[in-house]
Design a protein around this ligand. Structure first.
Ligand code: ATP
Ligand code: ATP
Ligand code: CA
Length: 220
């Protein structure tokens, strides 16, 4: 069992709020911070602790012991100055893992320069993801492992019905590997080569994006 991490979430808008809720859901300890009393009151029953505080005020951060937290999430959206200053202060007081929500590319650049460990751009990241899913109807879900490699969940089309992995020679011909096959609630991890695919099942494959695309175009 991992040691529990301590999180501080600064800014309880829609993004920060949902980060906070999910961290709690996953069993973590979370300090929720906002300078808006109403927001803090809303989260006082959800978070482990909730405080009304201005995160751009260094003495406040010190007195709250923020330096002892493992991870800080800065989810201040519209006030770039507050977001940047908060990140800088967290960095200075020594919080070692700082994730920050960026509003635009300029904001993102500045955050990276001052040492944010991860910059998130929810609107554009999610937009890209949705567009990728919309443009390829076979892809149910995917994880980008790097720029070139992904794990992709593909829906088996009629053309694959009754075919085995050997017949399709997926690894040989396309260089991609079927990690698992889902049918309904059941999941078959590391399917045998003679496994017979049924249309509608989900194939979870890993490989180079180009090879996965080629498999989709030629075999499906
Ligand atoms: P959403 O995730 O809903 O899109 P947003 O990105 O539009 O939110 P804002 O609403 O601008 O973000 O800010 C999120 C929260 O951050 C607000 O509740 C605001 O009160 C809080 N906030 C802004 N500046 C500070 C600060 N200096 N200290 C603490 N909280 C702050
Ligand atoms: P973001 O994804 O950046 O958070 P948002 O959810 O805050 O965006 P808005 O900025 O309110 O959304 O609107 C997005 C875009 O939709 C804007 O460019 C706006 O001009 C456009 N838009 C809003 N209403 C209409 C409309 N009735 N017809 C056409 N375009 C519209
Ligand atoms: Ca917003």
């Amino acid at each position: 069992m991992n040691q529990k991490k301590q999180f501080v979430v600064i800014g309880l808008g829609r993004f920060g709020g949902s980060v906070c809720k999910e961290l709690i859901q996953q069993g973590n300890e979370v300090l929720a911070m906002d300078m808006d009393e109403q927001k803090v009151s809303d989260y006082s029953k959800i978070a482990t602790h909730a405080v009304v505080a201005d995160s751009t005020d260094e003495p406040t951060l010190m007195s709250l012991g923020i330096r002892n937290f493992d991870v800080a999430v800065v989810a201040i959206g519209d006030n770039l100055q507050a977001s940047i200053l908060t990140t800088l202060l967290l960095k200075e007081i020594g919080v070692n893992n700082i994730w920050v929500k960026a509003k635009n590319n300029y904001h993102q650049k500045v955050l990276e320069k001052i040492g944010a460990d991860r910059v998130i751009h929810p609107e554009s990241d999610m937009g890209r993801r949705i567009a990728q899913q919309l443009s390829d109807e076979n892809v149910i879900d995917f994880i980008e492992l790097s720029l070139d490699y992904s794990i992709v969940e593909l829906i088996a089309v009629q053309k694959l019905d009754g075919k085995t992995l050997i017949e399709l020679d997926i690894r040989g011909r396309y260089g991609i590997t079927v990690l698992a096959i889902k049918s309904g609630d059941e999941i078959n991890v590391s399917p045998e080569p003679d496994y017979q695919i049924t249309a509608g099942e989900l194939l979870i494959v890993i490989g180079h994006n180009k090879d996965i695309k080629r498999f989709e175009n030629e075999a499906m």
